[in-house]
Design a protein around this ligand. Sequence first.
Ligand code: SAM
Ligand code: SF4
Length: 324
Amino acid sequence: MLRDEFGREFHYLRLSITDVCNFRCNYCLPEGYQGRPDAAFLSLDEIRRIATAFAATGTRKIRITGGEPSVRADLPDIICTLKEIQGIDKVVITTNGYRLPERIDAWHQAGIDAINLSIDSLDPAVFNAITGHDRLRELLEGLDRAIDLGIKTVKVNAVILRGLNDRQLDQFLQWIKAMPVTLRFIELMQTGDNEAFFKKHHFRGENIKQRLLAEGWREVQRDIDAGPAREFSHPEFRGRVGLIMPYSKDFCATCNRLRISSTGQLHLCLFSEHGISLRHLLQSDDQLPELLTFLRQQLGTKKISHFLQQGNSGGTQHLAMIGG
Ligand code: SAM
Ligand code: SF4
């Protein structure tokens, strides 16, 4: 088991497979992806070795993320490879849903257990203004298909932005009356690149929580490998609401996840100063014992909390470089 000095155990790995993205979300990559499209991202063998090592230390769930993970043509192979690793119970993905209706069947066949789809607005014009793409209808079709295929967990992520989509809470809540998805409102996080945007558009998740409680929503229990969201249910709604509030007190106390960037850097926190390269330990299957020892040593250096409240987002320029 991977455990840090503060007694936190790590069952959940967020694995980025590319930094490339085809969207231009105004809070993340407002100018679009600016790096090299041919950068040396993790190979399928390297991904398999990472997952094997983490499974051996108690990781049960792996989230594939990016950039936009679906820009990799070998994504179905990556899903299959992760599913075959003993000890990994859940392979899940976070995606912007680009061409989802064409792609979701292949992910399902490969064995994907759950999908988190980013939909920042249900109004096509606002969706376009935030992401730079007129693709809301396509995402919603893909979402319906995921539900029809019987993918066990389907969640929707929406970053709440003051002045852009914060007035659309009613529309979002109305939508999940009949829609059996968990709708997760994510509080905007400050990163190295978005300071001015953050100051203008940050909206406190606590405001949403107070509204939900006043309207009869009740908080539900978390699973051991659950992400950071606090979840709420209501008897009159088929869907649930999740709140991700990184600025709330004690957000880091329940941290159960580690991150690997698309170039094989271990990040002990979303907002750490830098990653720790694992690549030299990913070149052959024989290196597994060395990799395990290295991971355990590095865990000893994980800090108790991020320093976001002080406006310090570490070395994270934007979340596309580490997968959110
Ligand atoms: N491209 C995929 C997507 O958008 O779903 C996966 C990567 S993206 C970095 C993962 C999640 O992080 C998305 O739900 C996105 O909305 C969220 N995100 C990105 N930048 C953020 C920020 N500054 N604050 C809060 N959430 C952010
Ligand atoms: Fe791309 Fe996801 Fe960032 Fe949007 S949030 S720019 S889809 S990586």
